[in-house]
Design a protein around this ligand. Structure first.
Ligand code: ZN
Length: 131
């Protein structure tokens, strides 16, 4: 078997392509996984960001503010008076009221819709135009 044996070089090329593409494929998988993780982080950050309008603590001027839920402290600089403001977000949890048997019938609905002052039923808004 000499160095110019065509069968030897065919074998090297044949099996070499599998080895080469195995590592190439591993690299591609790792790259795409890293890109996916990066996109997931960006997406989660985008979900947690909320734009709202808040009044400045000093001059009460309304400012558009980006609030990041995952951050414990958010802040903004007032557009009008240029004072720095801190925004603290809190969450309160309450037990949800459950209706017995989970069904609201018309009778129960009528009892629920009562006038705050008189205790009588609030009349339904008429669909007909009054003459
Ligand atoms: Zn201000």
């Amino acid at each position: 078997m000499s160095g110019n044996d065509p069968y030897l070089w065919f074998g090297v090329a044949f099996f070499g392509q599998f080895v080469l593409f195995f590592f190439y494929n591993m690299g591609l998988k790792a790259y795409s996984q890293a890109q996916t993780n990066k996109l997931t982080v960006l997406r989660l950050n985008a979900i947690g960001r909320n734009r709202t309008v808040l009044e400045c603590a000093t001059c009460k001027h309304p400012n558009p503010v980006d609030i990041q839920i995952s951050e414990t402290s958010n802040g903004f600089k007032c557009e009008k008076c240029m004072m720095a403001n801190s925004v603290y977000t809190t969450f309160k949890v309450f037990q949800k009221t459950e209706i017995v048997d989970g069904i609201i019938t018309d009778d129960i609905a009528k009892k629920l819709i009562l006038d705050k002052n008189t205790g009588s039923e609030i009349p339904k808004p008429s669909t007909e135009e009054e003459a």
